[in-house]
Design a protein around this ligand. Structure first.
Ligand code: GLN
Length: 314
């Protein structure tokens, strides 16, 4: 099962990095010291084919927190556990056009608009497990699930977790809003703790490329061969990434770059091309939407060079 385009040989990836590295605009996320003080010169790109070849250039072995990129995978795990119909009754699929941490709900249904903004992601987090699942068990299920996508055991950065909890006022407000509208009936503080641990899971750009390649490969992890989630689950997840993955930068992203993607505030981005490749980039400085500036550039360049825009004829 080969990819239909010219393979991204390491030389090519290094050229792409060089071409995106002339300047380094944007700003590290600064709401916690761990992200504010992260080395903003870091730059890496990894591409994993659906048959498990991983091509890399730059800083692809540096661990950083997965942050919002986890939202896509946990959404997939929730669908896998409860089925799409049920998950849709709890979280919508409409792009919000709002910032990722907006306090908003759909008017008639009181559902969060989509699983990629915090309100939807915090709700999706609660969908893992059953009514009697403890908060600890829920997180452990999520950590194990994310680890299956990565093909290795992932761990939490406790410093990032503790720092985030000291500044989690906005996510606590969102969780309290959700509890108020009976979107879930769990303890909002405990839910935010679990969600924040989920965001503090450490990954490298190499991990993320393989995780994305699992989505590109109908849910089969290309290295371990494990069917982590079903093809229908992947279709739903990639569709939501396509429309909502880059927050209020989603329209720009879809028109210019044109493949499903998800970003995180630590500077990671993943992209997935069904049947072809998983892509990841790492560069900590963010634009005003919270997407990595040089990460977006690299994806733009790869999309152009390799003809990855899904609206473009091969
Ligand atoms: N932990 C962050 C939050 O929930 C993640 C946000 C992000 O990566 N955009 O606010």
């Amino acid at each position: 099962k080969g990819s239909k385009f010219r393979l991204p040989i390491p030389d090519h990836l290094q050229l792409v990095l060089n071409s995106c590295n002339e300047d380094n605009p944007g700003k590290n996320a600064d709401y916690i010291p761990e992200l504010r003080d992260a080395d903003s010169n870091r730059l890496g790109v990894a591409v994993s084919t659906v048959d498990g070849f991983v091509y890399t250039a730059g800083d692809v072995d540096i661990p950083f927190s997965i942050q919002s990129i986890s939202k896509a995978f946990v959404y997939a795990l929730a669908i896998e556990e409860h089925g799409l119909d049920y998950v849709l009754t709890r979280v919508g699929v409409e792009p919000s056009g709002e910032a990722f941490n907006e306090l908003s709900l759909e008017q008639d249904t009181c559902r969060p608009l989509n699983p990629m903004i915090n309100a939807g992601a915090i709700t999706t987090h609660t969908l893992i497990g059953k009514a009697d699942t403890s908060y600890e068990e829920r997180f452990e299920k999520i950590r194990k699930g994310l680890s299956k996508f990565a093909g290795r055991e992932l761990e939490v950065d406790e410093n990032v977790y503790n720092s985030e909890m000291k500044h989690a006022f906005r996510n606590l407000a969102i969780a309290n809003m959700l509890r108020n509208y009976n979107v879930f009936d769990l303890d909002p503080k405990k839910v935010v703790e679990g969600y924040t641990r989920q965001c503090a899971v450490l990954v490298t750009a190499k991990d993320l490329a393989v995780m994305a390649a699992t989505l590109a490969n109908t849910g089969i992890q290309p290295v371990t061969g494990e069917q982590v989630v079903r093809p229908q689950t992947v279709r739903q997840t990639l569709s939501v990434m396509m429309t909502c993955g880059m927050y209020d930068g989603a329209g720009d992203w879809v028109t210019k770059i044109g493949f499903p993607a998800k970003s995180g505030v630590a500077g990671g981005i993943i992209g997935a091309l069904p049947g072809q490749v998983g892509i990841s980039t790492f560069s900590p400085k963010l634009d005003k939407h919270g997407n990595s500036v040089r990460g977006v550039r690299i994806c733009q360049r790869l999309s152009d060079d390799m003809g990855l825009h899904i609206m473009q004829q091969p």
